[in-house]
Design a protein around this ligand. Structure first.
Ligand code: NAD
Length: 293
């Protein structure tokens, strides 16, 4: 677990809203609640919200089984996460972390609504993997209080938060978010606002190349993943990692890299497009390159 449960250590942020309860949103909510914050977890799709809550409950139970948390702490952390299907419930948050789909139009709409309903001092953070923080911030009247807070999957286990300043992000906002990241047990690292920042600029071309290898019959999926695990000491093979991230998310990020950097080396592999078109979105859909049924 990242921080002592119930330690009220979420930096200066005691009331946090997380928008989007999918792969990332539920982990972000769990992490802030584990550090003592009161969290509202918002998703417009009720089944997605239920699934997100169930994932948090399961994850906390696993921490308790392994002796990293007491059963009572797991329960009190879970009780600090309040589910909601309306953005209105973000209105008293000091920090909002957005984790909806990787589409600029959707994020801009969410940020414009958050800007209208939250107090002026509230910091609006986005967990985007690749989209310009500056472009998202431009949909608000508070670009100085908009920032990228890019968590890694699975959030409760991964140490890194990539912190991305937009063009107008203030020093005060950055300092507060860096401090809050440390207070929830993460290691913040700053990157500039260019497509994919550091993490996905480096990671996604490798995942995409693995899909090209599969498409071209260079090797089987198991062989490709084994080469990278045993040969490069990666904890997971690239195709299994793409399944974990979500193939739709990988495709969206590659599109942003391709259009934002204008270089064909970022073109998404046609097999990746075909997998997404078929609904084989990876682990969250029960099937991707591998089956998870
Ligand atoms: P996801 O598809 O698992 O979840 C997105 C959730 O957002 C869905 O439950 C959806 O119902 C909800 N949603 C959509 N529009 C909404 C709205 N207007 N209001 C509230 N909820 C809404 O996606 P994810 O993998 O969790 O990705 C979320 C963000 O995190 C993306 O920007 C992605 O690039 C980024 N990210 C993903 C990963 C990863 O490994 N999957 C890692 C780091 C960052």
């Amino acid at each position: 677990m990242s921080a002592a449960p119930g330690s009220n250590a979420a930096g200066a942020f005691q009331r946090v809203a997380v928008v989007g309860a999918g792969t990332m949103g539920n982990g972000i909510a769990q992490t802030f609640a584990s550090a003592g914050a009161e969290v509202v977890l918002i998703d417009v799709v009720e089944p997605a919200l239920k699934k997100g809550l169930a994932t948090i409950e399961k994850s906390l139970a696993k921490f308790a089984e392994r002796g990293k948390l007491s059963a009572a702490d797991a329960q009190s952390i879970f009780a600090r996460v309040k589910p909601s299907t309306t953005l209105q419930d973000a209105k008293s948050a000091e920090l909002v972390v957005e984790a909806v789909v990787e589409r600029l139009e959707v994020k801009r709409k969410v940020f414009a609504e958050l800007d209208a309903l939250t107090p002026a001092a509230t910091i609006l953070a986005t967990n985007t993997s690749s989209i310009s923080i500056t472009a998202i911030a431009a949909s608000t009247q508070r670009a100085d209080r908009v920032i990228g807070m890019h968590f890694m999957n699975p959030v409760p286990l991964m140490a890194l938060v990539e912190i991305i300043r937009g063009q107008e992000t203030s020093d005060a906002t950055t300092q507060r978010v860096v401090a809050a990241s440390k207070a929830i047990g993460k290691t913040p690292v700053e990157a500039s606002d260019y497509p994919g920042f550091v993490s996905n600029r480096v990671l996604m071309p490798m995942l995409n190349e693995a899909v090209f290898c599969l498409m071209e019959g260079v090797a089987t999926k198991e062989a490709i993943d084994t080469v990278m695990r045993l040969g490069m000491n990666h904890p997971m093979g690239p195709l299994a990692l793409a399944d974990l991230i979500g193939l739709d998310v990988c495709l969206d990020i590659l599109e942003v890299l391709h259009s934002g950097l204008g270089d064909d080396k970022y073109r998404p592999c046609p097999l990746l497009r075909r997998m997404v078109a078929a609904g084989r979105l990876g682990k969250k859909a029960g099937k991707g390159f591998y089956d998870y049924a």
